[in-house]
Design a binder for this molecule. Structure first.
Ligand code: 5GP
Ligand code: MG
Ligand code: MG
Length: 183
């Protein structure tokens, strides 16, 4: 789905598919260098990270395994509370592996903070985070994120895997929604 298929629902495009691809290629090159000779495992968080994972992993000039987990976070309304439940756990044992979490977006950071300490308790050789988007002004906890695609304003975005009520994940670009969509 392109921005032209969004009708009046899209307010503006923040990053085009091409800009996202270019940035992921840069991050991929850096990640590939940083993990040279190491047993790297990419861990994606469903569902938002599916497209970041698909495009990031294809920038690598060699094979890298991936695994997935699905979580639900409890919160009042739309805000995450940091109280998280695992809906689907990893299949891989991550003990002694170099784990890179692949995420779509860091908002308050509460969800990722929980995932991070959960995975750390399993004894990985190292644990780092790669996120396509980050909202610095929304941070409630400090998250040490080594690879960041773009820092964005504190606005709700959709597209490229990110949904509003399970819609717009298949929009190729990342953009903001028009106010009438929320009401
Ligand atoms: P956090 O715990 O960092 O506040 O929230 C993380 C999760 O909330 C993300 O993985 C994502 O699913 C959702 N989220 C946070 N900000 C946005 C946003 O701007 N757009 C969309 N579609 N989801 C968001
Ligand atoms: Mg996510
Ligand atoms: Mg969502």
């Amino acid at each position: 789905m392109d921005a032209s298929h969004m009708g009046q629902d899209l307010e503006k495009v923040l990053y085009t598919e091409q800009q996202i691809q270019d940035r992921l290629a840069e991050l991929g090159e850096q990640i590939w260098k940083d993990y040279e000779g190491k047993d790297l495992l990419l861990v994606g968080v469903l569902k938002g990270a599916i497209l970041v994972m698909a495009d990031l992993m294809r920038t690598f000039p060699g094979s890298v395994p991936m695994d997935w987990m699905a979580i639900s976070s409890y919160g009042s309304g739309t805000k995450s509370s940091g109280v998280v439940r695992i809906l689907m756990d990893l299949r891989e044992d991550i003990t002694n592996k170099h784990v890179l979490i692949v995420e779509d977006i860091i908002d308050s950071g509460l969800t990722l903070n929980w995932i991070r300490s959960n995975l750390l308790s399993r004894g990985p050789a190292s644990l780092e985070i790669c996120t396509l988007l980050r909202k610095p002004d929304a941070a409630k906890v400090e998250i040490d994120c080594k690879y960041v695609g773009f820092d964005i304003p504190n606005e709700f975005v959709v597209g490229y895997g990110l949904d509003f009520d399970e819609k717009y994940r298949n929009l190729r670009d990342v953009g903001t929604l028009a106010p009438h969509v929320y009401s």
